[in-house]
Ligand binder design. Structure first.
Ligand code: SAM
Length: 152
């Protein structure tokens, strides 16, 4: 029997290719909404995010379990097209912060675009610090919901 020479990097690339292809598709899979409902997402949840944020990839409903409160900071690891991160952003409100991390660049791009569509893409740091403030970042956070996505 031949030895398996698959490396960790091979697996990472395969995962990226697979999710990258899903992200690149222009339409959400028709079964995505039904699948989300079986995981406990409400019609209100589904209506609260732009089309294409829910790609039918979820295997749970973390926002429903997390008891998020206004002002909380959320780190969504493997945030996909932003479905859960966008719902979390609504839950933590203007004083909270959501950071999405995904290793697939196409997913990060899609999540960022969805955050723009949802009116939540205020995550870029202002170029100049407001006068009299020690940190532009902090003052910016007070004024806006914060959704950022990172690709490691
Ligand atoms: C199940 S999907 C997205 C789930 C998302 N919460 C949703 O409901 O749409 C998983 C995502 O995790 C990402 N991913 C998988 N392994 C990862 C890793 N080790 N580091 C960062 N992202 C990862 C994939 O690129 C994919 O976009």
């Amino acid at each position: 029997m031949a030895a398996d020479t698959t490396t960790g990097e091979d697996l990472r690339q395969a995962v990226r290719r697979r999710y990258g292809a899903v992200a690149a598709s222009t339409t959400a899979p028709p079964a995505a909404a039904g699948l989300a409902r079986t995981l406990g997402y409400s019609d209100q949840d589904l209506a609260a995010v732009p089309e294409g944020a829910n790609l039918g990839l979820g295997c749970g409903n973390p926002v429903a379990l997390a008891s998020l409160r206004p002002g909380d900071v959320v780190l969504d690891l493997g945030s996909g097209a932003g479905f859960d991160a966008l719902l979390a952003a609504r839950a933590v409100g203007k004083t909270g912060r959501v950071i999405g991390v995904d290793m697939t660049e196409e997913m990060v791009a899609k999540a960022r675009a969805n955050a723009v569509k949802a009116g939540l893409a205020h995550g870029e740091r202002p170029r100049r610090r407001p006068r009299g403030r020690a940190s532009g970042r902090l003052s910016y956070r007070r004024r806006s919901r914060w959704c950022r996505w990172r690709c490691p």
